[in-house]
Write a protein that binds this ligand. Structure first.
Ligand code: TYC
Length: 113
């Protein structure tokens, strides 16, 4: 991953410098991996229930939620959000739990972006 060798501290000839201690010559660019949360279509979960799920767990307005619900209904699947691994896992768990408690077969999954 290293693009060029890092300068050795012994190569620093500036007497006033602090020998590079704590001095970053390159910005760190470690981005955490992101995960798409997907909602899947089925033939039984009521449309209003899906709209409610999207409002409740994904902070969508009613209009946004209705639009995404229709996309899933027509296309079979849609990305409903992109999150860190921990947040994505929590969202999937919340949706699956809520659907099960209401005895709907709604499926929600996550995949690495
Ligand atoms: N296809 C369902 C119906 O006709 C509605 C639905 C939409 C179900 C989106 C799941 O993720 C879903 N009642």
């Amino acid at each position: 991953m290293s693009l060029r060798p890092l300068k050795m501290m012994s190569e620093n000839n500036d007497p006033d410098s602090e020998s590079d201690v704590g001095v970053k010559t390159r910005p760190e660019t470690k981005k955490p991996p992101l995960y798409k949360v997907l909602l899947l279509n089925d033939d039984y979960t009521p449309m209003e229930f899906v709209v409610h799920v999207l409002e409740r767990f994904f902070g969508m307005t009613h209009a946004q939620a209705f639009e995404i619900m229709l996309t899933v209904h027509k296309k079979g699947v849609a990305v409903v959000g992109v999150f860190s691994h921990e947040i994505a896992e929590t969202k999937v768990g919340q949706v699956m739990d809520f659907a099960r408690r209401h005895q709907h077969p709604l499926q929600c999954t996550m995949e690495k972006e």
